[in-house]
Design a protein around this ligand. Structure first.
Ligand SMILES: *Cc1c(COP(=O)(O)O)cnc(C)c1O
Length: 362
């Protein structure tokens, strides 16, 4: 068996201990005589799994009691539609801050809702999304139903380092690529949502953390499975939930607790990113386009001096035991996603390779 350092933006690496635990329980989960993937979601055993996963989320992220934790499907992309469907029920206005690929997709999805006013409250598109706007560059609509941001821009490699002041309007944040990577104050947000496949569990599970006063009736015509209030009333069990990913999320959260919680993840993530960015800053051979004060801890975007060498870099990295270092098709260059489960040794290995590549091609 050989494991490779997988720098994929998602689905991404798991800790070996979590994979081993899942493997050990694959035929017989705790004496039930079956795998979790064969188990009724209405069984007592499964009920314990989903309840435990929910309380682990609460504990690990410090989620206050006035927030609901929902286990949904459809990925962060479905949240781009579910947020407007459930929240555009007051003034019918919403503000979006455009900081990259996914925030733009979220904005476009909101535009599909007819008769609503969807505003751009700020954007760094003109600068190639190389930074996050500052508070004084944002123009919020005072009576908007919500403000939407993408907390960590997985494609461009930037991250919000402050929580924008929206003047009391609920803040909705896509945290798909940074959830569980550093501690946050949940109470500053109205809704936090995330696809699971970056830092939590296999693809198929979507986490929604929603302040309870936002659990109101959605726009007329909204399907039941897209209705936050209904899904909350049914404890995310209106229909069959993504049972297996929820179980893996439980193992992952137990692992995070064992490792010292989010604070310890954050500390390690800062160390890993520092190692990487320090090297990038020390050489002219590689360029990191993101403004230093907005650099993501999770997705490091960089390039060499030209596209030909970028392609060579990606090719040669495979023989060095690494994969998925090619940048997103819309950005080019390289991207190394170094989520919670990427060990520090993986980043050290990559930096070693980068130094060698520079020596040979610089
Ligand atoms: C990966 C990602 C998405 C898309 O997630 P899907 O599960 O493919 O819908 C959305 N937003 C961010 C920030 C992401 O990193």
């Amino acid at each position: 068996m050989t494991r490779i350092y997988n720098f994929s933006a998602g689905p991404s690496m798991f800790p070996e201990s979590v994979l081993r635990e899942a493997a050990a329980e694959i035929m017989d989960y705790k004496g039930s005589g079956m795998s979790v993937m064969e188990m009724s979601h209405r069984s007592k055993t499964y009920d314990e799994i989903i309840k435990n996963t929910r309380s682990l989320f609460r504990r690990v992220m410090g989620i206050p009691d006035d927030y609901e934790v929902l286990f949904l499907q459809g990925g962060a992309t479905l949240q781009f539609a579910m947020v407007p469907a459930n929240l555009l029920t007051g003034s019918g206005k919403a503000d979006y801050v455009l900081t990259g690929h996914f925030s733009t997709n979220a904005y476009k999805e909101a535009l599909l809702f007819e008769g609503k006013e969807i505003n751009i409250a700020g954007s760094t598109k003109e600068e190639g999304f190389t930074r996050i706007p500052q508070q004084n560059e944002l123009t919020f609509t005072p009576d908007a139903d919500y403000v939407h941001i993408c907390e960590n821009n997985s494609v461009y490699g930037s991250k919000w380092k402050y929580v924008p002041d929206t003047g009391g309007v609920p803040l909705v944040a896509d945290m798909s690529s940074c959830i569980l990577s550093e501690s946050i104050d949940v109470s500053r947000y109205g809704i936090i949502y995330a696809s699971a496949q970056k830092n939590i569990a296999p693809a198929g599970l979507t986490i929604v953390i929603i302040r309870k006063d936002l659990l109101t009736d959605p726009l007329p015509g909204t399907p039941t499975t897209l209705n936050y209030k209904k899904m909350a009333e049914y404890n995310s069990m209106y229909n069959t939930p993504p049972c297996w990913p929820i179980y893996i999320a439980m193992l992952m959260l137990e692992h995070i607790e064992k490792e010292g919680g989010i604070e310890s993840m954050e500390k390690r993530n800062i160390e890993k990113a520092k190692l990487f960015y320090d090297y990038l800053d020390s050489t002219d051979f590689y360029k990191a386009p993101i403004a230093p004060e907005n650099r993501s801890l999770m997705n490091v975007v960089f390039r060499t001096v030209n596209e030909e060498l970028d392609a060579k870099f990606v090719n040669e990295s495979i023989a060095y035991g690494m994969t998925n270092l090619k940048g997103h098709r819309s950005v080019g260059g390289m991207r190394a996603s170094i989520y919670n489960s990427m060990p520090k040794a993986g980043v050290e290995h990559l930096v070693e390779f980068m130094k060698e590549f520079e020596r040979e091609n610089g």
